[in-house]
Design a binder for this molecule. Sequence first.
Ligand SMILES: Cc1cc2nc3c(=O)[nH]c(=O)nc-3n(C[C@H](O)[C@H](O)[C@H](O)COP(=O)(O)OP(=O)(O)OC[C@H]3O[C@@H](n4cnc5c(N)ncnc54)[C@H](O)[C@@H]3O)c2cc1C
Length: 580
Amino acid sequence: MTDSGATPTGSTVEGEPEERYDVAVLGGGLAGLSLALQLKQARPETSIFIAERRKGPAPLAAFKVGESTVELSAHYFGEVLGLREHLEADELPKAGLRYFFPAGDNSDISQRVEWGATALPPHPSFQLDRGRFENYLAERNLAAGNDLFDGCTVEEVDLRDDDHVVSYSRNGQARTLSARWVVDASGYASILKRKLGLQKSVEHKVNSAWFRLAGGLDIDSWSDDPVWHERMEGPGIRRLSTNHLMGEGYWVWLIPLSTGPISIGIVADPRFHPFDEIDTLDRAIDWLLRHERQLGEEVDRRRDQIEDFLRVEDFAYSCQRVFSPERWALVGVSGCFADPFYSPGSDFIAQGNTFVTDLVCKDLAGMEINKPAAAYNATFLGAFETLLGSVYTDQYQLWGNAEVMCAKVVWEFAVYWANAALPFFHGKLTDLDFAAAVRADQRRMISVSSRLVHVFRAWHELSNREFRGVFISNRAFPALYQLHLDLAAGFDDETLKRKYAENADLLEAIAVVIFSQAVKALPDQSLDEDVKINPAAISLDPERWEKDRLFGEKGLTLAEARRKTLGLENMLLDEIAQPV
Ligand SMILES: Cc1cc2nc3c(=O)[nH]c(=O)nc-3n(C[C@H](O)[C@H](O)[C@H](O)COP(=O)(O)OP(=O)(O)OC[C@H]3O[C@@H](n4cnc5c(N)ncnc54)[C@H](O)[C@@H]3O)c2cc1C
């Protein structure tokens, strides 16, 4: 076991920075360190400078949030960067994302509707101790020959037509160096975004407060019910998940860390839970006692084990541009951040870094980068804005509605595996010809997503029923689970294109079945099983149905949709349980 972080070595190179580099990375956090490693691996002769403001190694456990990875970022860290050994030996395997919906006063976890895995998934993901992982990344950068300097603060960047100039201070001395590329990886400091006025505010408003609890916490200890325990294929599975305790306007994360503690965070929409109810440790615990009783009582009893407390208000934001042909780029949260629900932060790091690596390598090889830079910007920011709008914005009111959320989670997993993760796993992110070939199928998926947002919201307004004691396994719908299995199938280009088309068909069928469930909440409406439904025209507004040509022309019948989605009914609450 490489116990990175335990010693003060390995976080910096000796001596002083050179006067010139190919690439200067501003900030040695998760995004900057992983980008520098990726670049060096892609083009070993590249000279890379990394400035990290913090002096010495990162502390373990209570350091930064961003501890949970999902398939795409796990693949990036494990396979693209080649860190699988560290991840398996020194971080924790993750048993997927798990959701618990409200039951009464939330004093008995076994009564809450549970959605999640029964075992570790075939394609791994990991829970990261950020201090341990960043220290390991630092060691790997140094071993690869990158010039990582700690205690090194970037003060100013002068973007020029020839080499850019970076002014920094280190050991009390102000200095400059030049670099062909400057990549801002400074996190919330957002050095280039501020300098260039690229900030873009977003409609999504959400706040968070979090802390680490020494000794960890296993929610399995919250119930003695043997039936509830037997849902899992073995002990410890729930503990290894990112557990989400869901309620109206909020969710609470529980993420175990390999160094022992558990990370606990509240994420709340201020329309339902004002920031001043969670912005101090005492208030956050009071809030937990009111809304998440079992967790609140445990934390209250173990106050002396709380290691830190941090909070952030209104943390979602966007950016006008992240990659420039003028040889600068923004990666990690220096550019955009949406919401930690579904843990997309590291996925965006993986994708942004992969785009930047490609641009830098092309440029240093003397190739033209105007066209790819424009295309990568459009892809990256388009994906970000789509995620923000279709998953998060004005949707926290749904979070406690088990029936609607079970359908929404199925949909969002399907889109994630079919559209976001599949091309990344197959190394297709920067292949513009491939992107053009699958664009029509991608658009089909996205246009259905944009209709479902409204369906989910309207469904919630019509119906919010409580269900109890139900478990939904994420393997209950075989075609959905197959999307996960397909990720590392190693499809050739032609098969992958065909998969895209098949996946778009599957997603349209899922949308039609979900729509049929939602329609049950409308008074006096029912669907004819044998009339075609256009998935890109679904809504819960019957007055629009004719105008939108919802029925009879395009799409597929409900009967066809059900045949294509056998098993989906096992994941829809109204099909498998009675409300209380
Ligand atoms: C509430 C919350 C929960 C989250 N949960 C998750 C999650 O579960 N999973 C996930 O993937 N993501 C999550 N995220 C996002 C996650 O925090 C980011 O993905 C990740 O930390 C971003 O890494 P980064 O390298 O961009 O920034 P950082 O890790 O903050 O790194 C930036 C670095 O730049 C350095 N720096 C700053 N200014 C300067 C300067 N002037 N000179 C030199 N160095 C400088 C800093 O010291 C720092 O080390 C969450 C975010 C929030 C707000």
